[in-house]
Design a protein around this ligand. Structure first.
Ligand code: PLP
Length: 411
């Protein structure tokens, strides 16, 4: 049984930035966790300790510090594997972020195994990071791209997907949760359908892994990508999970140190997975921070994080509906995570965000790296409020008060 109510006031004390006043008398209301989350003391402290006491390069040294750094780095890999129920830490590759993880697949798997006219299925709700790498590959290799349409109420059209699958795609790459609509897509079903038609799958988990339990074995996902900075961890480190047989068959992504077993003047023998995909000195302190972030979230429990976000988004949608002229994109709270992207009649989203900032409220305005999705809905931009484990109902109220002020300003 999941206890829904987090001790949010207790949790907030872990995040030093939440004590900040943005303007005199206006404490920070941080509603931009979809872009990046704030960091708890536990993560900041772990990285600080690493640099103060254990800093060294990994894998190549025999001295004590090198061993400590290597142990910490590899322990983080194990921590990530446990979080997503990966069969082995060897299936976990450290990258810079979700974007680099997806580029790694497009570049290594895509360039090697896709040929002219091969079909890749994406969706209309993708972040640019799961569109542009495939567009680049399409221009280079002549692969075809098709898109699962988004319905007016913000769901993937699974009937249209079923039809697309008749064209025997090689890959289906889709977001687990939309960073604009908040829609949580039925990943297990999408993957099962893809496998039945012989395609492999890539799950963009940038907005799922930080917000609810994700189990790669249960999903049967072939690849999963996500970023540490969106789950209380540092910037500069991301994850690519891949099934062992796929990773073993793929050529290296970048060349250099760490990724080799043997180098001759004119050739090299690549290292084993995962090191084969980790050229150069990795983000070691960041791996320590990611590990601390996972420990932190796991101590709270991902189910409870998800339940808290569900409570907040339900309340936020209810309150937003009261504001005349507000229109929220995407489905009901029941089907989505803690994201509310909306328009306000007659006011540009940038103006909304700017006025809210005067009251210490941080929301994002723009296309949120999902221009095609905004095109689909015929709107150039939205204002987006997004929620995480440290947000409160009172903060929702402050945003709503702020929106009434915006309306007064712009008459
Ligand atoms: N995919 C989704 C759904 C996202 O929300 C984001 C970030 O906003 C990304 C991918 C890209 O993440 P990053 O910038 O960390 O590579």
């Amino acid at each position: 049984t999941v206890k829904t109510s987090l001790e949010v006031e207790r949790i907030r004390m872990d995040f030093p930035i939440l004590n900040r006043e943005i303007h005199p008398g206006f404490p920070l209301v941080y509603l931009d966790s979809t872009a990046t989350t704030q960091k708890p003391n536990q993560v900041i402290q772990a990285m600080d300790d690493y640099y103060r006491f254990s800093n060294s390069n990994v894998h190549r040294g025999v001295h004590t510090l090198a061993e400590e750094a290597t142990t910490a780095f590899e322990a983080s890999r194990q921590r990530v594997a446990d979080l997503i129920n990966s069969p082995s830490p060897r299936d976990i590759i450290f990258t810079r972020n979700t974007t680099e993880s997806i580029n790694l697949i497009a570049s290594s798997w895509g360039r090697t195994f896709l040929q002219e006219d091969d079909l890749v299925i994406l969706t209309e709700m993708e972040h640019h990071s799961n569109l542009v790498p495939w567009q680049i590959l399409s221009a280079e290799k002549g692969i075809r791209l098709e898109f699962i349409p988004v319905t007016p109420d913000g769901f993937l059209d699974l009937e249209a997907y079923r039809k697309l699958l008749e064209n025997t795609p090689r890959l289906v790459a889709f977001t687990h949760m939309s960073n604009v609509l908040g829609t949580i897509n039925p990943a297990k079903e999408i993957i099962r359908m893809a496998h039945n038609s012989g395609a492999i799958t890539l799950v963009d988990g940038a907005q799922s892994v930080p917000h609810f339990p994700v189990d790669v074995k249960d999903l049967d996902a072939d690849f999963l990508a996500f970023s540490a900075h969106k789950m209380c961890g540092p910037t500069g480190i991301g994850v690519l999970y891949g099934k062992a047989e796929l990773l073993n068959a793929m050529p290296p992504f970048l060349g250099g140190g760490e990724m080799i077993k043997r180098v001759l003047l004119r050739s090299f023998i690549p290292n084993e997975v995962p090191h084969k995909f980790e050229a150069g000195t990795p983000a070691i302190a960041e791996s320590v921070g990611l590990s601390a972030a996972i420990t932190y979230l796991s101590s709270i429990e991902m189910e409870r994080v998800a339940a808290h976000e569900k409570e907040i988004i339900s309340y936020a949608l209810e309150r937003l509906e009261e504001v005349p002229g507000v229109c929220v994109l995407g489905p009901d709270a029941q089907y989505k995570g803690g994201v509310a992207a909306f328009t306000l009649d007659g006011v540009h989203p940038h103006d909304v965000a700017q006025v809210l900032d005067q009251y210490g409220i941080a929301v994002r305005a723009g296309h949120h790296c999902a221009m095609p999705l905004h095109d689909k809905y015929n709107i150039p931009a939205t204002t987006r409020a997004s929620f995480y484990l440290y947000n409160t109902m009172q903060e929702v109220d402050r945003m709503i008060d702020g929106l009434y002020t915006v309306k007064k300003y712009f008459g």
